[in-house]
Ligand binder design. Structure first.
Ligand SMILES: Cc1ncc(COP(=O)(O)O)c(C=O)c1O
Length: 450
């Protein structure tokens, strides 16, 4: 049997180009063929286990292989797998739309548009926002405001509103130019001790000078995830919202990574007073079982598209797998579990525990400059020199070394540059948190203290 797996891994190298991977590294690296998954662990072809400490790219929220979700998918599969979604509909999608509108619990949100991943959910919001203004008689409003260190996807449209420069430097030339504002990166902010949200001043200036051209502002509520798990105060979002509300531009909230309880509330924007015009969802919506993207919006937006066909106001957008009933069944089952078992409320004790433990164990760690935490997200910014906040030389590839040491210690620590993070399911137990943190201590000591 083992020989088979070795052959498979050889074929993988022969045929597959992996995402976000330097394939020259990969050729010589130890890599992993996953055979099964249960609760918080993945098991590989050598019967080793790994704590899924990054929730399989931030999708898994309840643990792996949840029987109720599997059963819902199978039951739907026995009825039918997929149909077109224009002129046709299905029970699962209708049920899900109704559930989501109740779940976001924002007075203004009334309509749901389905797609099939996070990037497409954002593309839909950008296109709807821009066409809204055209339909409304203001076609010059085509630009967006985004934050430095933000990430909203890998398509050309979403890269055009993302501020993670290191990912996009080769593609910026084919992107559309928009307006960027500073990131609320408190750890690396010079005025953080006398914070009066000076980082929002550029937003005021951009809006003052250009609001006639601006369609909307897109933001990841409370945590800029791919940009380095930058956790920022809800007050920042409130202030930002007050500023943009005055200029009547759309607020697009990208809850793709943080939705469904990860931050300790159902949605991260529930910590704030912001009222969104669009909410983008994906990832944990199906507990990571099947791909699904969702863009929620208001009746006000919807009404600007609603007219005689000859007026040419139709939203011309759709994806093959829009409204896919298997994905919708998985999402319905995921949401049912979250709600009927009160999982978010029950997870508060673990959140508190995780918060206490990370600070008490790692605060005095020589090479950890900053610890950031909200809900089940915990990030550790690794620095060479704490007082100067100086990073290690990139040629040392500290993150990569931590990743491999993590694997040896049953953890999946996929760093974001010099930031190591945990992105845990909300059903994680205190016992598992302890095991993970014990292992993390060993990994960090082995790599950076050596
Ligand atoms: C906040 C955020 N938005 C959008 C995306 C893009 O989602 P996808 O990879 O499904 O296209 C991601 C992916 O990590 C994300 O974290």
């Amino acid at each position: 049997m083992r020989k088979n797996y070795k052959e498979l891994l050889e074929k993988d190298k022969m045929y597959i180009w992996h995402p976000y991977t330097q394939m020259k590294d990969y050729e010589n690296d130890y890599h992993i063929l996953i055979k099964s998954a249960k609760k918080f662990k993945l098991y590989d072809s050598e019967n080793r286990y790994y704590y899924d400490t990054i929730s399989s790219w931030w999708c898994n929220i309840l643990g792996h292989n949840i029987k109720e979700i599997n059963a819902a998918i199978i039951q739907q599969l026995e009825n039918f797998e997929h149909t077109l979604f224009a002129g046709f509909t299905n029970e699962q999608a209708i049920e899900l739309a109704e559930k989501l509108i109740k779940l976001v619990n924002s007075d203004e949100i009334d309509k749901v548009f389905f797609s099939d991943n996070g990037s497409t959910a954002v593309e839909v919001a950008l296109k709807m926002s821009c066409q809204y203004w055209s339909n409304y008689g203001k076609p010059e409003k085509t630009k967006f405001i985004y934050l430095e260190n933000s990430y909203h996807g890998d398509t050309i449209g979403t890269m055009s509103v993302s501020g993670t420069a290191q990912f996009f430097k080769y593609y910026k030339k084919i992107c559309v130019e928009n307006y960027s504002i500073p990131s609320p990166y408190c750890y690396r902010c010079n005025s953080s001790k006398s914070c009066k949200y000076q980082c929002l001043e550029p937003l005021k200036k951009i809006l003052n000078d250009n609001h006639n051209k601006i369609s909307g502002l897109i933001i990841e509520p409370l945590v800029q995830c791919a940009g380095g798990m930058i956790v920022y105060p809800a007050e920042y979002l409130n202030k930002l919202y007050e500023i943009i509300k005055y200029y009547e531009i759309h607020l697009i909230l990208d809850e793709i990574a943080v939705g469904f309880g990860r931050t300790g509330k159902m949605f991260a924007f529930h910590y704030s007073d912001a009222i969104p015009d669009f909410i983008c969802l994906s990832k944990a919506i199906t507990n990571g079982t099947l791909p699904l993207g969702v863009t929620l919006t208001t009746n006000q937006i919807y009404d600007a598209f609603y007219d005689d066909y000859s007026k040419n106001k139709t939203f011309f957008h759709g994806h093959t797998f829009t409204g896919n009933p298997l994905s919708a069944a998985a999402a319905n089952a995921t949401i049912d579990l979250l709600i009927s078992n009160n999982l978010i409320e029950k997870s508060q004790a673990q959140i508190k525990y995780l918060n206490n433990e990370i600070y008490s164990r790692f605060n005095n760690f020589q090479y950890i400059g900053d610890i950031r935490n909200i809900g089940f997200i915990a990030a550790f910014e690794i620095v060479k020199d704490k007082s100067a906040k100086e990073k290690f030389d990139s040629s040392l590839r500290i993150g990569r070394r931590i990743y491999f040491e993590g694997l040896k210690n049953n953890l999946i620590l996929r760093p974001l540059d010099n930031i190591i993070y945990l992105f845990l399911p909300i059903t994680i137990t205190k016992r598992d948190i302890d095991i993970i943190l014990n292992k993390l201590e060993v990994v960090l000591k082995n790599v950076i203290s050596s």
